[in-house]
Design a protein around this ligand. Structure first.
Ligand code: HEM
Length: 391
């Protein structure tokens, strides 16, 4: 049984809120999950996975919010300014036989690289981080010591670059490093710079990893659910429901309390599980099925009650709308879905910090959208047997 099958099994046996080993409480009940994340009763310690670093939390909160918004705006402006070149990039990067989910991650890295990191030695290191730490399954393929060495080198290079940029007077940030160099300017200690370097890596993972995996899921699910229908907006929203890339969020109680009748202590971790929340059959009929047309008439009832792919409350993803837009834009430029054929040796997700699609090959006949028409094509086919070179 893999991780997701285990979660399904635990829910079937214990209901949507259950203990999983000592000190870990899983919450898959939508209202309780949202209450934990919103934390209106201040029962949890302030927490942000995004801004958590090996040297403590990057902060204060106002700086987190400022950096989040500035980075999102920078990425969005970059995307908008280059929209006329996107079709050519997609055509060049995604050939008729493309290997996913890596193809999606690398496409987005190509699109955003210039606004993430300047050309040169630092970029070469970041290229390696993408290949050896961001791509699905990359961490398992690379020995722990080599990953630690890469992390050390990239962190050191980022700290040096951030330190250099702090001496510059930057009015309009040219890239993410400018945004970070301008953050929390009162503290220029090495610890502060290391925290900023790690926040850079959080952004890299969000842009190339999370958004790339959402693209991968959208392609995979659309190709393997014959007759699923729906428009691209529905495809992306439904992919986020059925296979939420951010599939769990940990929170740490600040005081003992009861959660849906269960005692919670300050040594527990409460894990809000979007994967379980999104499969609550009270809100999502045929919850295990991929049905983009649920979203055809706007937000379905479950969307308001049991849908948290970007979190909930104060730490909700600052780039939710932008990430969805990016994926919709790319999907609209791929060859028509009717001509897709997915081959995979195993149709189970990669379950790690992010929920990534299985490794698959997408075969198309090379036609682009517009040549064969995006809608109303033959159903895509799914076949087994293709090998991924990395497996
Ligand atoms: C499909 C892509 C993405 C998914 C699924 C995703 C998901 C999430 C989730 C679930 C959280 C809340 C975590 C928690 O409450 O512990 C979050 C926070 C955040 N995300 Fe995203 N994210 C994505 C893309 C991005 C991108 C492209 C950016 C780049 C700007 C970004 C920036 C952030 C930031 C700055 C936060 C922290 C918000 C705060 O605490 O104020 N995310 N994201």
């Amino acid at each position: 049984m893999d991780e997701l099958e285990t979660l399904d099994d635990l829910r079937a046996r214990h209901g949507p809120i259950f203990r999983r080993g000592p000190g870990v409480l899983y919450v898959g009940e939508p209202a309780e999950a949202k209450a934990v994340l919103a934390d209106t009763g201040s029962r949890y310690r302030e927490h942000s996975d995004f801004f958590q670093t090996g040297k403590g939390l990057f902060g204060p909160r106002s700086a987190q919010q400022e950096v989040g918004r500035a980075a999102r705006n920078l990425l969005r402006d970059h995307w908008t300014a280059r929209s006329d070149r996107l079709a050519a990039i997609v055509a060049r990067e995604i050939g008729p036989d493309s290997r996913w989910p890596d193809a999606g991650n690398l496409l987005l890295y190509t699109c955003f690289r210039d606004v993430l990191v300047p050309e040169g030695e630092l970029r070469r290191l970041v290229d390696q981080v993408v290949r050896h730490a961001v791509l699905a399954g990359a961490r398992e393929r690379r020995p722990v010591l080599l990953r630690a060495a890469l992390r050390y080198r990239v962190r050191r290079a980022l700290v040096a670059e951030l330190s250099r940029r702090r001496t510059r007077d930057v009015r309009a940030p040219a890239d993410l490093l400018d945004v970070l160099a301008a953050a929390a300017p009162d503290d220029s200690s090495r610890t502060a710079l290391v925290r900023l370097a790690e926040v850079f890596l959080s952004f890299l993972f969000a842009v190339v990893g999370s958004t790339g995996f959402l693209l991968g899921w959208s392609v995979y699910l659309r190709a393997t659910a014959p007759g699923a229908g729906g428009d691209l907006a529905g495809v992306v929203r439904e992919a986020l429901r059925l296979r939420p890339v951010a599939w769990n969020f940990g929170r740490f109680p600040a005081e003992p309390h009861r959660l849906a009748g269960t005692e919670v202590t300050t040594s527990d971790e409460v894990v809000v599980c979007s994967y379980l929340v999104h499969r609550d059959s009270r809100f999502w009929p045929d919850a295990d099925e991929f049905r983009p047309q649920r979203w055809s008439a706007g937000m379905p009832p479950g969307g308001a009650e049991a849908y948290i792919p970007f979190g909930w409350g104060t730490h909700t993803c600052v780039a939710a709308g932008f990430a969805v837009q990016v994926v919709e834009d790319v999907l609209g430029l791929l060859p028509p879905a009717g001509q897709w054929r997915v081959e995979a040796r195993r149709h189970r997700p990669h379950v790690a910090a992010a929920l990534a699609p299985p490794t698959f090959t997408l075969r198309t006949n090379g036609a682009r959208t517009g040549e064969g028409g995006e809608h109303g094509q033959d159903h895509p086919r799914r076949t087994g047997g293709a090998q991924h070179p990395q497996e």
